[in-house]
Design a protein around this ligand. Structure first.
Ligand SMILES: [Zn+2]
Length: 422
């Protein structure tokens, strides 16, 4: 593979900050990062003048639907969507059918995913069969390649939470929780105000924040816990206090929670149906603040593809979830960076540095020499509407038609260009 020199871009690093620098990728690693690097003989040169050069984005929350729902997505199409979206590494969720709860299954799909254009990591179910009754064989799942444990789609059972936290901590594998009290959610499908407007059953806020409180308290006594897709001011207040107390909790949110609120749901359109649901405008503003002040650690997509026929049933019948891999970058650029709500280095931490740390990927999450040559280059200047079709097999996005800037123009994984667009 020839060396690749990315010239004249604004290099953005979570730790070193930002500067106009050239970036030389060689042998799968970052070889140099400094002003005016002369192109080595035979190197490909990419002129990134006016563009932003980030360490490759790492999305710790992706549903690739394989095995079980290949009509909506496969590992191969999710990886293509990731490359198109500037995402160089993904962590797949285990709520497939069958669930990623057995070492042999994990090995089989991990071997298959090795051919993907981006780094594909697998999480495994935290409870046996993802059924919530007893812990899964965590040590064996780690040996089979699991990078994280979670029952995402379902919450970790409060009764098992302290034990799961202790076991995952002993193995040095992150434990991720989908914080939701399903008894409180019941048959709810959206925020109470949208529900009243559209005549639908509501999801009460406390279904999330009660689970966040339980998780934070359990982590205080036992070890690290990562809280997925946080969406409420109350959850973020709890996370802020837990961190202030020194409890080992981290949190993620998703672009739809800082780019949309329940007010955007104008009709019975299931492309606005996800879990947790779109919240109030005050909650949306609290998410933006928590991204800026360090309360939230990670932006992940919760990329949840569903075939069009499944989403056609309206809010009451359609499954929860929206696609996100291909709109992640422009939503972060348009809604956070260009509005000066979040700095670019902080964005690099949220999209790359902190996810790398969560997953223990020591050579990722930075542009420092010696790092893996995973790079995401964005164009902040040109805005265009979100197209109705994606590299993903599904198109269930609430953002179709929305004008955004910050689209990925170059995605590099291990020194190899896996997506280029100008
Ligand atoms: Zn979830």
């Amino acid at each position: 593979m020839p060396a690749l020199l990315i010239k004249n871009g604004l290099a953005v690093d979570p730790v070193r900050g930002e500067a106009r620098l050239d970036l030389l990728l060689e042998g799968g690693r970052v070889a140099r990062l400094s002003p005016r690097i002369p192109p080595p003989r035979g190197a490909a040169v990419f002129d990134a003048a006016g563009l932003w050069v980030f360490p490759g984005f790492i999305d710790v929350h992706v549903h690739a639907r394989e095995p079980g729902a290949e009509g909506s997505e496969t590992i191969a199409t999710a990886a293509e969507a990731a490359a198109a979206g500037g995402v160089t590494s993904v962590l797949l969720m285990p709520n497939t059918s069958p669930a990623m709860a057995a070492p042999a299954l994990l090995r089989r799909y991990a071997a298959r995913a090795a051919a993907a254009p981006v780094n594909v990591y697998f999480s495994a179910a935290a409870t046996s069969g993802r059924a919530g009754a007893a812990p899964a064989p965590l040590a064996a799942l780690k040996r089979a390649g699991a990078r994280a444990f979670t029952d995402d789609g379902a919450a970790l059972p409060p009764r098992l939470l302290p034990e799961l936290i202790r076991r995952a901590a002993a193995l040095g594998v992150p434990l991720l929780d989908h914080p939701e009290d399903f008894a409180l959610t019941g048959r709810g499908v959206c925020h109470p105000r949208a529900a009243a407007r559209l005549g639908l059953p509501p999801i009460p806020d406390r279904a999330e924040w009660l689970a966040v409180l339980r998780g934070a308290l359990a982590a205080a006594g036992a070890g690290p816990l990562h809280l997925q897709h946080l969406s409420l001011a109350a959850s973020l207040a709890a996370l802020r206090l837990a961190k202030r107390a020194g409890w080992p909790v981290t949190g993620e949110t998703c672009p739809h929670y800082f780019a949309l609120s329940e007010r955007d749901i104008r009709r019975d359109d299931a492309n606005f149906k996800m879990k947790p649901p779109l919240r109030s405008e005050a909650d949306r503003l609290a998410v933006v603040k928590a991204l800026a002040d360090g309360t939230l650690d990670i932006i992940a997509t919760d990329h949840a593809p569903h075939a069009a026929a499944l989403k056609a049933g309206g809010f009451r019948r359609a499954p929860f979830g929206v696609v996100g891999l291909e709109t992640l970058a422009p939503l972060c650029v348009t809604e956070l960076a260009l509005k000066r709500a979040v700095t670019r280095p902080r964005l690099a931490a949220l999209l790359s540095g902190n996810p790398a740390r969560l997953l223990g990927l020591r050579r990722k999450g930075s542009l420092a020499p010696g790092s893996d040559a995973d790079v995401t280059v964005l164009d902040p200047r040109r805005a265009r509407p979100v197209p109705p079709l994606f590299a993903s097999r599904s198109a269930n996005s609430p953002f179709v038609g929305r004008r955004l800037a910050g689209w990925p123009v170059l995605t590099v994984v291990g020194g190899r260009v896996v997506h280029a667009a100008r």
